[in-house]
Design a protein around this ligand. Structure first.
Ligand code: ZN
Length: 225
């Protein structure tokens, strides 16, 4: 199971639901895939000004990578680092391309009844902390999600999670921030692992010390600039 680091809180993300935490700069959140099967969507916001949000587009520019690996940071809409990936015991398969699921997505998938969804979970998780977001954001960091770039370099293939039970990542806060998570309720498109595509619980640990550290990298600029 998950390694023990110094922590001040452990929170469950119940299957199909959302949970948000507030981190002080220098703290971290460990996201544990308890069953090894679950996609966990993630968003982050500057705690001083929630109009500044973690931005996948700016993150890809900063890291020059499709998806993050240990040592890479996540960048806000104001081009400030907000989180850094400091540990990852999973196979390192995550996604920054795919929109979070929302009510409309499930309509398009043929649902005639309301279906729980990550985008609503974002708002629910933040509301539990008393925070009202100024707008939505479909561009989540999709932890453990297996979106495979095909050999042509441009086509994407949606596949189930390849994580093992207890695998985790650790995200370090580079500013005081809120980090919201959703244990993705998707049970129509086959993205959860182990073949049954059933959403399951995941776990958050708020870490204060003793977790791996990496140096914060600056923005990418081309050689010669
Ligand atoms: Zn989802």
């Amino acid at each position: 199971m998950s390694a023990e680091f110094e922590h001040r809180d452990i929170r469950l993300i119940p299957a199909r639901h959302g949970k948000a935490v507030r981190l002080a700069k220098g703290e971290a959140v460990q996201v544990v895939n308890l069953y090894g099967t679950q996609v966990v969507d993630c968003w982050a916001y500057n705690a001083e000004d929630v109009s500044e949000y973690m931005c996948m587009e700016a993150t890809r520019v900063w890291n020059q990578r499709l998806n993050p690996q240990v040592g890479d940071s996540f960048i806000t809409s104001q081009r400030h680092p907000i989180l850094t990936l400091v540990a990852d015991t999973s196979p390192g398969v995550h996604d920054t391309f795919m929109a979070a699921c929302d009510a409309r997505r499930y309509e398009l998938l043929g649902c005639t009844e309301p279906h729980r969804n990550c985008h609503d979970n974002l708002f629910e998780g933040m509301a539990e902390l008393g925070v009202t977001l100024p707008h939505g954001n479909l561009a989540s960091f999709n932890i453990f999600m297996n979106i495979q770039v095909q050999p042509d370099g441009r086509t994407l293939k949606t596949l189930p999670v390849v994580t093992r039970p207890g695998d985790y990542i650790i995200l370090r806060a580079e500013m005081d921030c809120y980090v919201a998570f959703s244990a993705c309720p998707q049970d129509i498109v086959s993205i959860q692992g182990q073949g049954d595509n059933t959403p399951r619980d995941a776990e958050l640990r708020i870490l204060t010390a003793g977790f791996p550290q990496v140096k914060l990298q600056g923005a990418w600029v081309p050689e010669g600039v």
